[in-house]
Design a protein around this ligand. Structure first.
Ligand code: ADP
Ligand code: MG
Length: 263
């Protein structure tokens, strides 16, 4: 199983939208996919149509070792796509984990059950991170093979990125030497806005091939879909946003490490 963390400590940059739609695109391509909601706000869970009352066990229970992976994941409406939902008690996990010895490797430990007897198995897993660089995101980076960064084309985008890349370096040095960066995805791109264009050029100058060619446009269908509990790819599969996520998924597949088969 390949584990992809979707992280950026800034809120509202398109992490959850990317996680939901990339996971859906991968499942549609035939990859057995797990989407992990690691944000106490639970937007990925809601956006996948898993209401607050339908989240029996959550990523909190896996982190705190109160339930097994098999007990925490649940199917979604999308064939081939399971979700590990988030509940509000996840907001307490940052504090509760501080006292735990292996506090950065809890998620990794939980996911290590994947493919073992009695546990489900997946080709790929996406982790939708919260908007911070706290213990939850750290757990995601320690568990991940690689990181995908959604970046909104706005003035302070690069500033936040350098802080994220520093964190990645620290994680590589201390916890997870194999953590890679699979790419940076430009989100909410607006061709009519010159600042957006400028930032996109700057980011490409600065980071080159790390930036995915596929760009996610600002698209109202992408923002409407979650209120229907559906990925945009299902809500309106032919809108510009959905098409962009399909292209991005295709590009992602070409960049992933060879590690697809479960276990
Ligand atoms: P994050 O998870 O980084 O906080 P979200 O994915 O939740 O960001 O996106 C923040 C808000 O912007 C949400 O309301 C979402 O529906 C909307 N949004 C995300 N991507 C786009 C896009 N490409 N076009 C229009 N709206 C978007
Ligand atoms: Mg989010």
């Amino acid at each position: 199983m390949i584990i992809v963390a979707i992280a950026n400590q800034k809120g509202g940059v398109g992490k959850t939208t990317t996680a939901i739609n990339i996971a859906t695109a991968m499942a549609a391509t035939g990859w057995k996919t797990l989407l992990i909601d690691l944000d106490p706000q639970g937007n990925a869970s809601t956006g996948m149509g898993v209401g607050a009352g339908e989240r029996e066990n959550s990523s909190y229970d896996l982190l705190l070792e109160q339930a097994t992976l098999a007990q925490c994941v649940q199917p979604t409406e999308i064939p081939g796509l399971d979700i590990l939902p988030a509940t509000q008690d996840l907001s307490g996990a940052e504090v509760e984990l501080v006292a735990v010895e292996d506090r950065t490797s809890r998620l990794k430990r939980g996911l290590d059950q994947q493919g073992r007897k009695g546990a489900p198995s997946y080709d790929i897993c996406f982790i939708d991170c919260p908007p911070s660089l706290g213990l939850l995101t750290l757990n995601a980076l320690c568990a991940a093979d690689t990181l995908m960064v959604p970046l909104q084309c706005e003035f302070f985008a690069l500033e936040g990125l350098s802080q994220l890349l520093q964190t990645v370096e620290r994680v590589q040095q201390r916890f997870n030497a194999n953590l890679g960066i699979v790419g940076i995805a430009l989100t909410m791109f607006d061709r009519r806005n010159r600042l957006t264009d400028q930032v996109s050029d700057d980011v490409r100058d600065c980071l080159g091939a790390l930036v995915f060619d596929s760009v996610i446009p600002r698209n109202v269908r992408l923002s409407e879909a979650p209120s229907h509990g559906l990925p945009a790819l299902v809500y309106d599969h032919s809108c510009a946003g959905s098409r962009a996520y399909i292209a991005l998924a295709r590009e992602l597949i070409g960049r992933l490490p060879e590690k697809r088969i479960a276990a």
